[in-house]
Write a protein that binds this ligand. Structure first.
Ligand code: HPA
Length: 290
């Protein structure tokens, strides 16, 4: 795996390439998680770039993650959609998977909406729910992996990053208000990141519930750390694609391969897209309020 640092010059090169492809100057980036890429289908006058053509962008290998940047207009805002993301479990370093976030900042973006698919850990959740992320538990960081590990370039952000309010309060309030207005049920909760690609054992599930996690997934946390490092605002939305039974996944009554659970995550994603699209468009159209 390529572990060389991707720093200031690479970010510059990548951002210059993107800016040269489109006259649009987006201020909001939206990252779509597993099965959620179709949220970008409504973008007007889209300019699409596969990750593979953008200098230094890492390419995703996961089914359900398209791997393209779509820039255009949505709900009156210039936006950059990252359709699909790369994950730590694919073998990339956290610095590498968060490189596109730094490029977004260089493009002039100040707000990043991060979406993901997550396993629900609460009995009152159901598959298809949307959860506003109020906070996260950085299990991967606590185990020694952080995208900010290593020398800090002060041009990118500070050495130590404050994370007491990682998910912007104004944007959260706006999301709740838009959801209410649209009649979309939006629950709130704490997201825990596990490195994956294994799903949880029953003991993992007991542990995650005990430490206060409401949902678990394999992404988002490193991205939000870099969003904060760069001084941008983060809004996080989880699609609860499956509710994890107390006995863990697979349960002994429902033996399931990892592939079929991933397929379940993708199928559930397709169903939630209209609701998530509506919510994101509503948030974009009122973003000037916050
Ligand atoms: N566990 C971890 N990550 C996930 C899950 C899950 O059950 N569902 C979607 N992403």
């Amino acid at each position: 795996m390529d572990e060389r640092p991707y720093g200031w010059e690479e970010i510059e090169e990548s951002a210059s390439y993107i800016s040269a492809q489109t006259p649009s100057r987006p201020t909001v980036a939206i990252i779509t998680g597993s099965g959620l890429g179709a949220v970008a289908d409504d973008v007007e006058a889209p300019e699409s770039m596969p990750y593979g053509v953008i200098p230094h962008f890492p390419s995703t290998s996961v089914q359900g993650h398209v791997g393209e940047l779509v820039i255009g207009r949505l709900a009156g805002k210039e936006v950059a959609f990252m359709r699909g993301r790369v994950h730590f479990y694919e073998g990339y370093s956290l610095q590498r998977i968060t490189f596109p976030i730094r490029v977004m900042h260089r493009l002039g973006i100040d707000t990043v909406i991060v979406t993901n698919a997550a396993g629900g850990l609460r009995e009152d959740q159901k598959a298809g729910d949307l959860m506003l992320i109020t906070d996260h538990i950085n299990l991967v960081g606590m185990a020694g992996f952080n995208p900010l590990r290593g020398p800090n370039d002060p041009r990118l952000g500070p050495r130590f990053v404050e994370m007491s309010v990682a998910y912007d309060v104004g944007l959260r309030d706006l999301a709740l208000s838009v959801a209410e207005e649209l009649g979309v049920e939006l629950r709130q909760g704490t997201y825990a990141m596990s490195a994956g690609p294994t799903f949880e054992t029953p003991a993992d599930v007991r542990f995650l519930r005990l430490i206060g996690a409401d949902a678990v997934g394999m992404s988002t946390v490193p991205e939000v750390i870099v969003v904060r490092h760069e001084g941008m605002r983060a809004l996080g939305l989880s699609h609860i694609s499956n509710v994890i039974p107390v006995g863990g996944v697979p349960s002994k009554d429902q033996p399931m391969s990892q592939e079929s659970l991933h397929q379940e995550v993708l199928d559930a994603g397709r169903e939630v897209v209209p609701k998530l699209s509506l919510l994101i468009k509503g948030i974009l159209s009122r973003m000037q309020e916050v």
